[in-house]
Design a protein around this ligand. Structure first.
Ligand code: ASP
Length: 310
């Protein structure tokens, strides 16, 4: 039997100094552990990597702590526009949605695009029409309201700036969530979901729903979910770049992901991190920020739930 494993993230970066309390740190770790355990249980019971990454991301979307689903940040119009994507490494099937509103679990809609449409990427009104066809019910704005996110928006709403979760770039925290998994059959999958950036406008879309940039899976190489400054991750085609280094340069999962996060993306001033697995169940979780909310568990007995650098 193949070693099976799962890794998840709740965004790279750290909370602004003074905001992280021991109680809050415990809450973050509990939320990560809960999502990790849910995903791992699926793999342990013989479920697929696709099922495992979806369930783990759903759990993170349902927590107000992360910038995805329930905790999504506010746009310039005081609304929420969410993006998500999912990909399977065996078939290279993929599904993605962007600029959607009112959907409790954007990752499930992305999975429906993959499984129940002829398409890969649906956006805005069209994605909402598809959700209606698939019988999704809509949550009202109060479901997505979070006091901290609203305060962050109020601080910059009359400016042209748009921000990740926190106002000072150097202390920025990216709250996107993601999961990657390798199942007992050796099939891998990746899922990513985000609310994007506070005060975003003009239909801004980051890397998270873009196959190859924020999310990618290929059994030949790796499954990747990214978090960080989306504009840079799009330009660096980060997730696919890790895969390319493994496929064309025969680099290991660890070396390829380190090369991209701690060298290539830094060269264009991108900050963030990623989680990765390969079809042998190996895991890598590099980041170039102060911390990254992350957790991983493998059938070989290894388990980690961390925020800051070890
Ligand atoms: N990558 C996401 C975006 O740019 C942000 C994040 O990772 O939190 O939309």
């Amino acid at each position: 039997m193949n070693t099976f494993s799962i890794a998840i993230h709740g965004g790279a970066g750290t909370l602004v100094k003074g905001m992280m309390t021991p109680e809050l740190e415990t809450q973050y770790k509990e939320a990560l552990k809960n999502a990790l355990d849910k995903g791992y249980a699926i793999l342990k019971n013989g479920g697929t990597s696709t099922e495992a990454v979806e369930i783990a991301v759903v759990e993170l979307e349902n927590s107000h702590l992360f910038n995805a689903g329930k905790g999504a940040v506010f746009t310039a119009d005081e609304t929420h526009e969410m993006d998500a994507s999912i990909m399977e490494g065996k078939s290279l099937n993929a599904g993605a949605v962007s600029l959607i509103t009112g959907i409790k679990n954007p990752i499930s809609l992305a999975k429906d695009v993959m499984e129940n449409s002829e398409h890969v990427f649906l956006a805005g009104n069209g994605a909402m029409q598809f959700a209606k066809k698939m019988n999704y019910s809509l949550e009202d704005e109060t479901y997505f309201y979070d006091k901290l996110r609203h305060q962050q928006w109020i601080e910059i709403k009359d400016t042209d700036s748009f921000q990740l979760d926190h106002s000072v770039k150097k202390d920025s925290k990216f709250g996107t969530v993601g999961a990657v998994a390798c199942d007992k059959e050796g099939n891998i999958a990746a899922a990513t979901s985000t609310g994007g950036m506070t005060n975003k406008r003009y239909g801004r879309v980051g890397d998270s729903p873009m196959i190859g940039a924020g999310n990618y899976a290929n059994n030949k190489t790796c499954a990747i979910s990214c978090t960080g400054s989306g504009e840079f991750f799009i330009r660096g085609v980060v997730a696919y770049d890790v895969s390319c280094l493994m496929e064309h340069k025969a680099m290991s999962l660890k070396d390829a992901s380190e090369e991209v996060i701690n060298k290539r993306i830094l060269e264009i001033k991108g900050d963030g991190g990623l989680i990765a697995v390969d079809a042998k169940g190996n895991i890598a979780m590099p980041f170039n920020t102060e911390g990254m909310y992350r957790a991983s568990k493998s059938s070989n007995g290894e388990e980690e739930v961390s925020i800051y650098k070890n």
